[in-house]
Design a protein around this ligand. Structure first.
Ligand SMILES: CCOC(=O)Cn1cc(-c2ncnc(N)c2C#N)cn1
Length: 291
């Protein structure tokens, strides 16, 4: 694959290129690869079509969330998902280049991962007190905004409190980020629930175009969110991941991998089952068949 544009950044599973031209400055190309990460490692075996499925899912979510964005006087950064180089057709988005805000805007509707640990320590998540007796996988009384810093590539994002968001972007903008993040999550969770998927939590990134707040990055994909099959939701233990459970189970139970050395290649059946999960998630959510 060769995108004849200047590479600006490479993440675990995505790349960003400078797509600006004299006629159309301030444009980026976000390219999603078929790489998959698990246990903080990028695995050597690609999942065919993962990049295309997650890109087309983001495109669909941008459409679904536009009314919520407009109700806040905000917009999203997508310009086109078709006007992209042939080599990355279907798995690239031409987007507006923004002044990115230095906050990972996480919304949680369920207790999971680092949220469960924080709750076990403090009985709350950030400054939101929670009822006693919640367990891993419990639905929260109301979604909670749990921002974090944008860590360097390869580092973990660090939890920050609302005061730190205010310091970073100002009080008005911080409040706007919290309210918009929770509104976008709630709308996404409502749509996902109707499709039999629990949207446990998600991470949004925002930028500014002048003074306008703009939703950026990928949106409500299994890479930026925890998707659980609603049919197997059962608080009290780690919930099965909608998309990565086959990979995690094989790595943990079959592969003998020690989670520190280079991860092993995935067997064909795990690759095929994982691809199918991505395609099924797309088709269940959008009601569209994945070509
Ligand atoms: C290599 C993968 O890293 C990322 O995608 C995170 N990231 C996003 C930007 C960004 N910068 C300006 N304008 C934008 N519209 C975006 C977006 N999306 C930079 N890093």
């Amino acid at each position: 694959m060769s995108v004849e544009l200047p590479l600006l950044a490479r993440g675990k599973v995505r790349e960003i290129y400078d797509a600006s031209t004299p006629a159309a400055p301030d444009r980026l190309l976000l390219v999603a690869s078929d790489r998959i990460s698990a246990y903080d490692h990028v695995l050597p075996t690609p999942i065919p079509d993962k990049g295309r499925v997650l890109t087309q899912l983001s495109v669909w979510w941008f459409e679904q969330l536009t009314p919520v964005l407009e109700s806040f006087g905000a917009s999203h950064h997508l310009i086109s998902a078709t006007d992209v180089p042939d080599d990355v057709a279907g798995r690239a988005m031409l987007v507006r280049r923004l002044e990115m805000l230095p906050v990972e805007c996480v919304a949680r509707g369920y207790l999971s991962g680092s949220g469960t640990k924080e709750y076990a320590r403090t009985g709350s998540i950030r400054d939101v007190a929670l009822p006693a007796g919640l367990v891993e996988g419990s639905r929260l009384p109301a979604p909670v905004f749990t921002p974090s810093t944008k860590a360097e590539v390869g580092e973990h994002d660090e939890a920050i409190d609302f005061a730190a968001v205010v310091s970073a972007v100002g009080a008005g903008r911080a409040e706007e980020l919290r309210e918009l993040t929770l509104a976008l999550y709630s709308r996404g969770a409502e749509i996902a629930e109707a499709a039999g998927i629990v949207l446990a939590d998600t991470k949004f990134e925002f930028g500014l175009d002048g003074d306008e707040l703009v939703l950026a990055d990928e949106v409500l994909t299994p890479d930026s969110s925890r998707f659980w099959p609603a049919s197997s939701w059962s608080p009290g233990a780690a919930q099965p991941s909608y998309d990565k459970q086959y990979v995690r189970d094989w790595l943990t139970n079959e592969s003998g991998w020690d989670r520190t050395s280079t991860p092993p290649e995935l067997p064909d059946d795990v690759v095929a089952a994982t691809r199918e999960r991505y395609v099924t998630a797309y088709e269940q959510l959008t009601g569209r068949s994945f070509a």
